[in-house]
Design a protein around this ligand. Structure first.
Ligand SMILES: [Zn+2]
Length: 67
């Protein structure tokens, strides 16, 4: 039996993830704060993150910042 080893190196980017609670439906989603695209709530389609000229703006309640 051959066991395939997956040696995938995942680079650790200097990223900023935040746990955001949707204002409308209280769904919790983890967002990448440097996202260039708007992020919508998966359950009610409210905007959770919008990009305003290169800077992401979070519209929900930030519960936690993750690294
Ligand atoms: Zn929602």
């Amino acid at each position: 039996m051959i066991v395939k080893k997956h040696n995938i190196m995942i680079p650790k980017p200097r990223s900023n993830f935040v746990k955001v609670e949707c204002d409308s439906c209280k769904n919790i989603k983890v967002l990448y704060t440097y996202s260039t695209k708007p992020v919508l709530c998966p359950s009610c389609n409210a905007e959770l993150l919008v990009n305003t000229g290169g800077q992401a703006k979070i519209l929900g309640n930030i519960l936690e910042t993750l690294d």
